[in-house]
Design a protein around this ligand. Sequence first.
Ligand code: HEM
Length: 514
Amino acid sequence: MDAGGTPPPLPLLLLAAAAALLGAALGWLLLAWRSAARPGRLPPGSTGLPLIGETLRLIAAYKTPNPEPFIDERVARHGSGVFTTHVFGERTVFSADPAFNRLLLAAEGRAVSCSYPSSIATLLGPRSLLLTAGPAHKRLHSLTLARLGRPASPPLLAHIDRLVLATVRDWGRPGAGAGPAAVVRLLDEAKKITFNLTVWQLVSIEPGPWTESLRREYVKLVDGFFSIPFPFAYLLPFTAYGQALKARKNVAGALREVIRKRMGEEAGTGPGAGRNGEKKDMVEELLEAEGGSFSVEEMVDFCLSLLVAGYETTSVLMTLAVKFLTETPTALAQLKEEHDSIRHRKGKDEQPLQWSDYKSMPFTQCVISETLRVANLISGVFRRANADIHFKDYVIPKGCRIFASFRAVHLSPEHYENARAFDPWRWQQSKKEGVRVVGQDAQQGGSVFTPFGGGPRLCPGHELARVVVSVFLHRLVTRFSWEEAEEDRVVFFPTTRTLKGYPIILRRRPGWDV
Ligand code: HEM
């Protein structure tokens, strides 16, 4: 204001605003330059535009068929596999460096903690395994591993086989398609299998009207993870997030009812009612764990986190394995040979698969590893620094968000020859060289190849996912040949999947009628 109290003229205000904006932009540039130039400081980088940072560039890259340049260009520009950017409202250190990723995974719960946006945390529930930390996380994680880490258990393998067979038999039914051919959207079928399997593992309920109605609600809940969490969304049931909150309530309610009923039954039968002392499902495991100290709400959140964690990932893995095989006929032929020989050994009838059969699928394992490497279903994990982290010449300050990109490592020519091609035979080579290639492995293969993460949060479903996909491929390739019903492509935003769910035309193979 001037001495007379009259407001300054408009051009002056505009000038002042322009000066303020210029000042802010200069300050921004200076910060970005400082972060790029000073050793012993933040990793080099650019934080992009004020507020939105590089979010739009990241999203634009992931909306193309080839998102790699977003990371490639920054790694090349800054000459470092660890760089600073600003995405989704926050400054974030991005890591494309396997050594730093390894350090971050191992430091979970100490120097770093996993971090989810509050909108996702609300949908998961406060006691979800994905959100708990410290000793509570440790006991929940080992309980999960104890249950899921034994896919070799005969009842589980037999059940997976039964479930897959029931689904593929449906495809063979007259009416499922024209004549001997049926059109199926593979991703939808894979999701049905995955969901029904998880429900069975949790509460021993077979597919039927109850599981179908649970699944309908569950799908709305999962949609909420990728929607905009408007404030007071619970008052806005027409928004996707509002619907997801309502669906969460319904799914939790259905699980709560089953758990309460089981608590009543358990009180009548006493502990250890399962076969040979083996617990029949996850709820039985929880009811008896730690002297029965888990509350109903803890069990509900726990079951929900297992439903969420394995659903999309395993179903997309199944779908993309088939897509990549279809596009690589020599690999498909080799895979068929492997599975036909198992079937011939067992006879043509529907003898269930056994653990020894699973163990005689070495090429299938190569196909699964390669699909995981190329597809990067979990492209990386977010962590938050609990303390200043020193790596090379850099210091990542306490409180900073960090993204460990598995995708950048898996698709880097520095770590894999011809890294962007689907080549399942590369894993045969690595086996010859004595490199084991599963998640946690401390040897070379494991430290670079981390589709299932690592450290204290290593995916407890990693072996189970492999078994499910192997059984699925076995039943698919021994019974059917197929072709794409229409062109489909892999998309990466908001998650990796195929755009149309991969519709295929299936034909029963002669002599292997369903
Ligand atoms: C292709 C399939 C799968 C992939 C690629 C995958 C990947 C991952 C990754 C990368 C993590 C680590 C997250 C982090 O460090 O923050 C994780 C955690 C987890 N996964 Fe999986 N997963 C798959 C299948 C499954 C299945 C089938 C289940 C169970 C039914 C499962 C249950 C979990 C759980 C409960 C966690 C959380 C562990 C914790 O926070 O302690 N996953 N998964």
